[in-house]
Design a protein around this ligand. Structure first.
Ligand code: IPD
Ligand code: CA
Ligand code: CA
Length: 254
């Protein structure tokens, strides 16, 4: 991968400083509604503008796809960016929000970083090179019993007013597990699977920019990424990430 990890970390941490400046001044934060139950803030726009300029400036050979500014030309080799994943949490002053940046070359994810500035946690992975958190190698948990496990999920589907809205599935799985969490940033949910803080995460009706970086980080940490039927791959409409050892039991409940 002709892109230095240090250069990328510097760019992404600088984007984090832009977000933190606004996070530390929430009473002046401009918040608007993109659609029912979907917010965007001035911080989302400012962070994406910075990342687009910095990434396409340093690496003009790659295209760009950002949640707020859409897709540039060259979508075959592109940066896939979510400037603030967890905008609602950000606007409420909660700490679980992140900046997600992935590089996809000809349909293959080869780099992913998820940075949580308020927690100062920087996760990254390079294809076939493992996954790291703040420079330390990470791996998924070795929990083998679903009954003892901690799972995380999200309800993007409520925004889509879908009939099949994950609530029944959540109730089924909650009754078979010990801990359940709704952190509010799909990118971070995936990183918590990668470093073993949770044993599995699933969600429906997401977009590739929510999960691209986090999915590679889970895979490089030794986890699994599938749809709800167990098909391997990164599917935004249905993503199930796990430590691998509780996958079969979980699939029976999806
Ligand atoms: C949201 C977060 C949340 C998920 C939502 C996503 P956003 O991203 O990832 O956890 O449940 O559906 O849209 O909108 O804050 O970038
Ligand atoms: Ca998102
Ligand atoms: Ca976002």
């Amino acid at each position: 991968m002709p892109v230095s990890l240090n250069t990328l970390e510097t760019i992404i941490r600088e984007a984090g400083d832009i977000a933190l400046n606004q996070f530390n001044d929430l009473q002046n934060l401009e918040v608007s509604q993109k659609s029912p139950r979907d917010f965007v803030t001035a911080a989302d726009i400012a962070v994406e503008k910075f990342l687009k300029q910095a990434l396409t400036g340093q690496f003009p050979e790659y295209g760009f796809w950002g949640e707020e500014s859409g897709q540039s030309e060259n979508q075959a080799q592109r940066w896939i960016v979510d400037p603030i994943d967890g905008t609602h949490s950000f606007a409420k002053g909660q700490y679980f929000w992140s900046i997600s940046v992935a590089l996809e070359i000809d349909g293959e994810l080869i780099f992913g970083a998820v940075y949580a500035p308020a927690l100062n946690d920087y996760y990254c992975a390079k294809k076939d090179q493992g996954a790291f958190k703040n420079g330390q190698k990470i791996g998924v948990s070795n929990e083998t019993d679903l009954g003892n496990s901690m799972i995380a999920t999200g309800f993007a589907c409520l925004r889509s007013y879908l009939e099949e809205n994950n609530l029944d599935r959540f109730c089924r799985i909650a009754q078979k597990t010990t801990g359940q969490r709704r952190f509010g940033s799909a990118a971070m949910d995936l990183c918590l699977v990668a470093d073993g803080q949770v044993d599995a995460f699933w969600e429906q009706e997401l977009n590739l920019y929510d999960i691209a970086a986090g999915a590679l980080i889970v895979l490089e940490a030794g986890g699994t990424v599938t749809d709800f039927k167990g098909n391997k791959g990164v599917f935004p409409k249905q993503i199930l990430a796990s430590n691998g050892t509780i996958l079969e039991e979980l699939l029976k409940l999806m």
